[in-house]
Design a protein around this ligand. Structure first.
Ligand SMILES: *Cc1c(COP(=O)(O)O)cnc(C)c1O
Length: 236
């Protein structure tokens, strides 16, 4: 299957999941995760209908952006290092990975300098995984309260990168928990309604649980090969 055919298939599966959940077709967006993909592959995805692209490294977004002139929204889905925040504010539309008040406040300052209101999501670590980025659940509300004072941040929602399970059903509780946290934040007026959750192998479950942004890479572009090694090693 080529990229347009895979795009169609994913869109169909998204629509079916929306249907099962009684949700409107327009209520979820596919973010085509383009890390390691060429500008040519990205263009094919856009021709097929992708309106949003996601990178996990600022350097890669920065390298591709001049060569890729399609009018898409750029998402940063990977961890943001402090020293990359300025570039992120310059080139990224939605930063999914704010995981501390400090990084949020830094983005706010940089956005003020650039006369921009930066759209961000707060990444929550629901599994307490040492190796992963994300704000511990019990720090979410206090952090949102601090970010609420940042006039050049638009805190539009939450993001989660849950542990990987072979059976996508096992991820469902994480998605459900993120939605509960989101409702709490929204009720307090601290948060917008975006929920960035679900990847290639679990986006349908995520949509059933309320995802508004699904981040899909391999299901759209095929497996990622590690460039340095000659083997068919897949980068997760
Ligand atoms: C790579 C990546 C994705 C996409 O993963 P696939 O399994 O290829 O769909 C989604 N979110 C983040 C944060 C990623 O780094």
């Amino acid at each position: 299957m080529d990229i347009p055919a895979r795009f169609e298939e994913i869109r169909d599966r998204m629509d079916q999941a929306l249907d099962r959940a009684g949700r409107d077709t327009a209520s979820v967006k596919l973010v085509a995760v383009t890390k390691t993909r060429s500008v040519e592959e990205m263009s094919q995805a856009v021709e097929a209908g992708a309106t949003d692209v996601g990178e996990n490294k600022i350097q890669e977004a920065e390298a591709k952006k001049p060569a890729f002139d399609a009018p898409v929204r750029w998402h940063l889905v990977g961890h943001l290092q402090k020293n990359k925040a300025k570039k992120a504010v310059e080139i990224i539309d939605v930063i999914h990975s704010v995981d501390s008040a400090a990084i949020g406040q830094r983005i706010d300052r940089l956005a003020a300098e650039q006369d921009k209101v930066q759209s961000v999501l707060v990444q929550v670590d629901l599994a307490g995984e040492e190796t992963k980025h994300g704000l511990p659940e019990d720090q979410l509300l206090p952090t949102l309260e601090q970010l609420d004072k940042c006039s050049h941040l638009s805190v539009d929602g939450l993001m989660v990168l849950p542990p990987f399970f072979d059976d996508a059903e096992e991820v469902r509780p994480y998605f459900r928990r993120l939605r509960e946290l989101s409702s709490e934040g929204q009720q307090r007026g601290l948060l917008g309604s975006e929920l960035s959750m679900g990847m290639s192998h679990d986006f349908e479950v995520a949509i059933e649980e309320g995802a508004t942004l699904v981040r899909v890479g391999t299901a759209l572009f095929g497996p990622r090969a590690a460039k340095a090694s000659g083997t068919e090693q897949v980068v997760r």
